[in-house]
Design a protein around this ligand. Structure first.
Ligand code: UDP
Length: 371
């Protein structure tokens, strides 16, 4: 009998499994896909480490998590500085003095603040006080110009819902800054694991038994997988057979191309913020690891990211944390509490927008608690 059966070889499952193994427990990781590393999976194409499930840029202010990942990979000094393209215009992200200069020609922080303040006042004058949704939150944070050119179209295609129907917290991830600093994240540490994320997760899972291509929910009753505790990192509603109804998820479709040019866009991430362009961003993988000498000098790999609703066949990427889904999740959480010896973890198990560092932190905390 296993001590812990871990379902899912993504970051949550891998980190917990490794900790349990270190604590002397008998563990097994089961993964439905044919590879480990969940959605941080990378694969080499033309010598370039391709982020197969979208851009993953590691950033954290959590010392424990940063030390943890640095034990399993060397991190380069990549700093995410995405560009936003709206028609023929090109803006720096996150919203900072470079963005404000391009938008309005303002040069000093004082001028930029005055411009934004006057637009926020307009939003308040239209009756918005406590933001009830993403649209109101965006208007109160940066005013109408930024909202209409850089937020509305991108957000509505990413989530497939009107900005006025989405929760405000999504946009609070995006910093506003009155310096000429294009670093997307405010965190103390940032970088990409040299050699790709798959190699990092392989290092985390070193010595841990892992079986890929096994769907636990289909094999649940098999004696081989009997365990004192199951750590389930898949979709919580799927675990319960969607008995209370399905939770909604956003999915993504990736269109990957190998181009016969050494450099396609000169940057790792370019967001397309117009609603009419069906993809949200193009990522060019070579720029995540500019120091990589294996990378082809003649070719480059780019991926267009198309958001779509999850339909049961695709991979789920994001929980849709609107009121309706959160209320349904709460009910599944109640069921989960009654489910003896099963713990739900990770983005899908906890139906939450965890970043990579949050996910690792949660797994380490679970290990602290139960091992
Ligand atoms: N966002 C936006 N315009 C952009 C980039 C982001 O409006 O150019 C908003 C959008 O609502 C998105 C949220 O900010 O859902 C978070 O974006 P981010 O790219 O940080 O999220 P990720 O998909 O990478 O987790």
């Amino acid at each position: 009998m296993l001590d812990h059966l871990i379902v899912g070889a993504g970051l949550f499952g891998a980190v917990f499994a490794a900790e349990a193994k270190k604590a002397g427990k008998k563990v097994l990781v089961l993964e439905r896909r044919d590879h480990i590393a969940g959605n941080v999976y990378t694969e080499e194409v033309e010598g370039i480490n391709v982020h197969r499930y979208g851009a993953h840029i590691f950033h954290t202010s959590n010392d424990r998590v940063w030390e943890y990942v640095n034990r399993h990979a060397v991190f380069n000094r990549f700093t995410n500085s995405p560009l936003a393209r709206y028609g023929e215009e090109l803006f720096n992200l996150p919203f900072n003095m470079n963005t404000f200069h391009t938008l309005w020609g303002v040069v000093t922080p004082k001028e930029a603040k005055e411009k934004i303040e006057s637009q926020i006042e307009e939003a308040k004058a239209s009756g918005i006080r406590e933001p009830q949704n993403l649209e109101e939150q965006a208007l109160l944070l940066g005013g109408r110009d930024i909202y209409e050119k850089l937020i509305k179209g991108y957000t509505e295609k990413q989530w497939g819902r009107k900005a006025s129907d989405l929760p405000a917290f999504i946009i609070r991830r995006l910093p506003f800054r009155f310096t000429y600093d294009n670093n997307y994240f405010n965190d103390r540490y940032q970088g990409i694991p040299v050699g790709g994320y798959t190699r990092m997760v392989e290092s985390i899972l070193d010595g841990v038994d892992v079986k890929t291509g096994v769907d636990y929910l289909k094999e649940k009753d098999s004696l081989e997988y009997a365990a004192k505790t199951v750590i389930f990192t898949g979709m919580i509603d799927e675990y319960f057979g969607r008995s209370l109804g399905p939770l909604e998820y956003r999915s993504l479709r990736f269109e990957e191309e190998i181009l016969d040019v050494p450099d396609f866009q000169g940057n790792a991430v370019v967001n397309y913020t117009e609603y009419e362009i069906p993809y949200t961003r193009i990522i060019e993988h070579r720029h995540f690891e500019p120091e990589n000498e294996r990378a082809s000098r003649e070719k480059t790999v780019v991926t267009k990211e198309y958001p779509l609703e999850w339909n049961g066949n695709r991979e789920p990427y994001y929980a849709v944390n609107d009121e309706k889904n959160n209320a349904l999740y709460k009910k599944y959480e109640e069921l989960a509490k009654k489910e003896e010896n099963v713990i739900f973890g990770g983005r899908l198990g906890q139906y939450r927008y965890f970043d990579m560092d949050d996910t690792i932190d949660e797994a380490l905390k679970l290990a602290d608690r139960i091992l």
